[in-house]
Design a protein around this ligand. Structure first.
Ligand code: GLN
Length: 447
């Protein structure tokens, strides 16, 4: 049924970059046989899903939405892909994304623009726009995306689905093509918080192949299903509700706070002073790490090589000039500048100090609260080309999502209403490190 849906719809949505229908059908058949023989299978067995195209797969290309990797076939499966295969997940294909996960609209994919299934003239958000659109249009029951500064939560909000950025280190990044290694985190998109609670445990596993990966505590599905949030302490930072936020988004968040209160939660407004420094710190740290991570795409080891060169220098420079898109080049330039001698202390080192401030402030807050309630983005999904002339305008939309990555915290994005055009509005629940169970508990009670 999902394959039929993709065949009928995806030429207008453009969620997928590659399809894997044959293997998907084979896996589905194998699962049926195992079930018939009485085998006990896990939650993901036989469930059709899709993967963002920055996670390495042996049997499909892994393009990262870039011309640089247009013809790249990874020689191994990412750990998450291995886990999915072991769980007998039905992998339908790979999903569109902003090139190297840099962007907020999926317009920066080299290949195509994914449409927002709610309204086709709106962007789906990004960078995991394909992953969000696939779930929203029933072209997959759940998908995987990656979130470095909001790339799961913001498209989930724009398309009206659930998106989770788990704690940094909880899901292996081995085989995820790196954007900014200290911030990158894989996470799922689902239709509901309950589905999220079913998908996560198969993925949150310590992996010896990723030195930053850690063991996650188990959460109780029974506890989540009770929908009991009496006495849960919710912090609502006023700093997230000041200038720049759409009135309709603000009203929806305040209404959600009231809903949580009516269910017995204790909601209090707080102030997080360091939040205003998060966005500039994020763009310094993420671009610095990107400039280093993307140095490997030199036209020699793998990826695009410009056909016309007369020296090693021109091979490098032409391959990178023509292989990367403008947004990626902007980040590499910014990051290289921020790391260069004489500027390192002024930019990169200062950004790391801001990181410590933000982490400390969240830690203090979590001594008194169980979750933080916040908007996901200042606006709902906008039209194509609205930000294409102005990168800074696009960057400003990341203001509420980046603090979470800087602090390595888990956060879930859940629909909490619609604007006057019928576009979805997302709210964000942010939790303590490895307290995904609490986010699922509050989120499921709310939904
Ligand atoms: N929109 C942000 C950026 O462009 C976040 C991207 C991400 O999380 N991968 O950097």
């Amino acid at each position: 049924a999902y394959i039929d849906k993709i065949k009928a719809n995806d030429s207008s949505i453009n969620a997928y970059l590659h399809y894997a229908f044959e293997t998907a059908n084979e896996t589905a058949k194998a699962v049926d046989q195992l079930r018939a023989s009485g085998e006990r299978l896990g939650a993901l067995a036989g469930i059709p899903m899709g993967i963002k195209d920055n996670m390495s797969t042996l049997d499909m290309p892994t393009t990262c939405g870039s011309k640089m990797l247009e013809n790249y076939h990874a020689p191994f499966d990412a750990t998450v892909v291995k886990q999915l295969r072991a769980s007998k997940a039905v992998i339908l294909g790979k999903l569109n994304m902003d090139e190297f996960a840099m962007g907020s609209t999926t317009e920066h994919s080299y290949f195509k623009k994914t449409k927002n299934p709610v309204k086709l003239d709106r962007v789906p958000g990004g960078s995991s726009g394909g992953s969000a659109a696939a779930v929203a249009s029933d072209e997959a029951l759940y998908t995987l995306g990656s979130d470095t500064g909001g790339s799961i939560r913001q498209p989930a909000s724009f398309c009206g689905v659930v998106g989770m950025k788990p704690t940094y280190g909880s899901i292996s990044r081995y085989g995820l093509i790196a954007f900014a290694s200290s911030l990158d985190q894989i996470g799922p998109f689902t239709k509901s918080v309950e589905d999220m609670a079913l998908v996560l445990p198969s993925l949150m596993k310590k992996d010896p192949m990723d030195s930053t990966s850690l063991e996650s505590p188990e959460f109780s599905l029974d506890q989540i299903r009770k929908r009991d949030i009496k006495g849960i302490r919710v912090a609502l930072p006023v700093d997230f509700m000041e200038e720049g936020i759409d009135e309709e988004v603000k009203a929806a968040i305040l209404k959600s706070a009231k809903t949580l209160e009516s269910m017995g939660a204790i909601v209090e407004t707080v102030s997080l002073k360091s939040l205003k420094h998060a966005l500039p710190a994020y763009y310094i740290i993420s671009s610095a790490e990107a400039s280093s991570n993307l140095a490997r795409f030199d036209g020699i080891k793998y990826g695009y090589r410009h056909p016309d060169f007369d020296s090693l220098e021109t091979l490098y420079s032409r391959s990178r000039r023509y292989g990367f898109g403008d947004e990626v080049k902007r980040r590499i330039l910014l990051g290289t500048y921020a790391l260069s001698s004489g500027y390192y202390d002024a930019y990169y080192k200062k950004a790391l100090k801001v990181k410590t401030l933000i982490m400390n402030e969240f830690e203090m807050l979590f001594q008194h609260y169980d979750v933080v309630l916040a908007p996901v983005a200042p606006t709902t999904a906008y039209g194509f080309d609205d930000c294409s002339e102005d990168a800074l305008k696009m960057y400003l939309g990341d203001i509420y999502t980046v603090p979470v990555n800087i602090a390595g915290l888990p956060a879930i994005s859940i629909n909490c209403g619609f604007d006057c055009d019928g576009m979805p509005i997302g709210m964000q629940l942010i939790g303590k490190h490895f307290d995904e169970g609490m986010l699922l508990r509050v989120g499921h009670a709310y939904e």
